[in-house]
Design a protein around this ligand. Structure first.
Ligand code: CMP
Length: 481
């Protein structure tokens, strides 16, 4: 309402209405004088004066009717917008105005000219109607097709539709007298005439419906379908705009020439963003494949000889990993040989930004060292997650569950693309056997982190003897003397 153009419109409306009412008041008040004046000017043609006065009345009353129709149009459709939350289509508003105005005009005309034979008027104009109808064939076709579209309501403004054999696809912006206006995903506007829209098949993905998409991928024949399906479903489920209401479905489409062909079906919260979401789903599949050691299928005729390094992402040599582990403070007491052993046993995993590396409550039998990137350690507080620490290259996490056998105490989420080195229970036991002092320094760190967690959860802090207790429980867990 505060919009200046809206204000101007209101002012213009009120001024015109006031002027029309004043004019009508004057005409009706001074009607006899007007007759006399016109009669005197036109000499003997007094009947002409009558017609002129009646015509002037007709014009002003028609103007008043027009203003009335506009006001009630704004009122009625404003109410519709308020109640239903969306704008009524232009076509419906226009039809309302025309029908209301024609009705009012008919009433005014018959009351001013009671003797006029409207029936005859219509009959004589029938021939012109035919001529006009032929000339306006297309326009009228679009008009009536528009009416039937409105009556049917197969789609509304905001829905995504795909029309006809040319498969024009986009978001419906407007439905007018002549055409349906859609904005394509390349931000072009396509106008589809109403008669075309009524004739052609239309695929409607309405805003208030959970619409699904299919994304395709494949794996080598050697990759397990059960593992693939689980890994992909979990990866897709967490992507933005993938509906939480229905779990994604991953299934085998075909056993193809080059590998097993899959499709993942997922449902979107906002269908208009399906291009971005498809891309994100493919990205998540790529990262999940990389971590789970799954492989996309290559055409079988390609001869690919690949020698995979045992450790290190992207074929990185073990040297960098040994260096990384040697720089981790808790591993400082290890000899070069022991660090090398640990590096041999470590496996590298890459996580996309926003992906969860460790989930609180899960069981865990390995710890991680951040090789590249950054992670945040988060605890959930009243349903909201709170960051208790941010760990970057060289830091480690996941040691609590590994050393105590208890469930994971926090969520650890990648803040950027992050490569972590995973060290399992067996490898750590080997290191402990040769270097028992390590257990002690680890128990201090775990006790510290536990205290930080307890403080963040507003619990009473861990007691001072906790690290001693931990020490013996780690020793027990690892079967150390
Ligand atoms: P774990 O319980 O196995 O899994 C979650 C991990 O988050 C946990 O091991 C620790 O490594 C890490 N963590 C928990 N609290 C903190 C903290 N206060 N500072 C740093 N890391 C922490």
């Amino acid at each position: 309402m505060s919009h200046p153009r809206q204000k101007n419109k209101f002012a213009l409306f009120f001024i015109t209405t006031a002027a029309t009412l004043l004019a009508l008041y004057l005409i009706f008040k001074f009607e006899p004088q007007l007759h006399d004046l016109l009669g005197a000017r036109m000499g003997g043609l007094a009947s002409r004066a009558d017609t002129i006065v009646a015509l002037v009345k007709l014009i002003f009353l028609a103007l008043l009717a027009y203003l009335l129709v506009r006001a009630s149009n704004a009122l009625v459709f404003g109410l519709v917008r308020f109640r239903r939350g969306f704008e009524a289509p232009t076509l419906v508003r226009n039809i309302f105005s025309i029908v209301a105005f024609t009705g009012l005009f008919f009433l005014i005309f018959t009351s001013i000219f009671p003797d006029a034979n409207l029936g005859a008027l219509f009959t004589t104009s029938a021939i012109f109607g035919v001529i006009l109808g032929l000339a306006l064939q297309d326009t009228l076709g679009n008009f009536f097709a528009g009416i039937s579209l409105q009556a049917d309501r197969p789609f509304q403004v905001g829905d995504v539709i795909t029309v006809g054999v040319q498969r024009h696809s986009g978001v419906v912006e407007e439905i007018t007298w002549r055409a349906v206006k859609i904005r394509t995903f390349q931000n072009h506007v396509v106008l589809i005439s109403n008669s075309t829209a009524a004739r052609e098949p239309i695929e409607v993905c309405s805003r208030d419906n959970l619409n699904a998409r299919l994304v395709f991928f494949n794996t080598l024949f050697t990759d397990s379908p059960a593992k693939t399906i689980h890994v992909v479903r979990e990866a897709v489920r967490e992507a933005d705009n993938v509906s939480q209401k229905i779990s994604p479905i991953v299934r085998i489409r075909n056993l193809g020439d080059s590998g097993v062909e899959y499709e993942v079906k997922y449902w979107l919260d906002d269908y208009a963003k399906y291009n971005d979401t498809d891309a994100l789903v493919r990205q998540r599949i790529w990262y999940a494949f990389r971590r789970a050691g799954l492989n996309f299928a290559y055409p079988t005729r390609t001869l690919l000889v690949e020698r995979k390094p045992k450790i290190g992402a992207g074929g990185e040599d073990g040297g960098a990993i040994v260096e990384r582990l040697a720089a981790v403070d808790i591993f400082a007491p290890l000899s070069a040989q022991e660090t090398g052993m640990l590096a041999q046993a470590a496996t590298s995993h890459v996580f996309a930004p926003g992906e969860t590396v460790i989930r609180a409550g899960d069981p865990g039998s390995s710890m991680f060292v951040v090789h590249n990137g950054r992670v945040s350690v988060q605890v959930s507080e009243n349903g909201r997650s709170r960051t208790v620490a941010t760990l970057s290259e060289g830091a480690f996490f996941g040691e609590m569950a590994l050393f105590t056998g208890e469930p994971r105490t926090a969520n650890v989420v990648a803040l950027e693309e992050t490569e972590v080195l995973e060290i399992g229970h067996a490898a750590m036991k080997l290191v402990f056997d040769t270097n028992p002092d390590l257990v002690e320094s680890l128990s201090h760190i775990i006790a510290e982190r536990r205290q930080a967690l307890a403080a963040s959860e507003d619990l009473s802090g861990g007691d001072k003897d906790e690290s001693a207790g931990l020490l013996s429980s780690i020793k027990r867990f690892f079967g150390l003397s």
